[in-house]
Design a protein. Structure first.
Length: 111
C-alpha cells in the first residue's frame, strides 16, 4: 500500500514542474511591460517572434503597409500594419475558406 504522504508529495512536485514548464514564451517576456502601439484602425501591428514589434526599417511584408507614429516619417519609427484588402486577396476570406473545406472522417472499418 502506498504512503499517502508520499503520493501527496509526488503530486505536489509534479504540479510545480507543470507550472514552471507552462511559463511565458521568450517573445512574451521581451514585450512584457512595453506599450504596443495601435494602428490607425485600432488593430495591433505585426509582431515578430524575434524582433517583437516589426518596424518599417527592414520593409513590411506583402499585405502590410508602413504606418508612421511620428511626423518625422523615419522607417525605424514606423510600424507594419495589416492591409486587410490585400491579405484577403492573397489568402482568401478566412470565414469563406473555413466553410468550403471538406471534412474527412476516418473510417472505423479495418482494411
Amino acid at each position: 500500500m502506498l504512503n499517502t504522504t508520499a503520493v501527496l508529495l509526488f503530486c505536489t512536485f509534479t504540479l510545480q514542474l507543470i507550472v514552471v514548464y507552462a511559463g511565458v514564451l521568450p517573445e512574451e517576456t521581451a514585450l512584457r511591460g512595453k506599450k504596443i502601439p495601435a494602428c490607425s484602425d485600432g488593430s495591433n501591428p505585426l509582431l515578430g517572434a524575434v524582433e517583437g514589434i516589426v518596424s518599417c526599417k527592414s520593409g513590411c511584408p506583402e499585405g502590410f503597409f508602413c504606418e508612421y507614429l511620428s511626423a518625422e516619417k523615419r522607417p525605424e519609427n514606423g510600424i507594419c500594419c495589416a492591409d486587410l484588402e490585400i491579405l484577403t486577396k492573397l489568402y482568401g476570406d478566412s470565414e469563406e475558406s473555413t466553410r468550403n473545406k471538406q471534412v474527412v472522417t476516418p473510417s472505423l472499418t479495418p482494411m
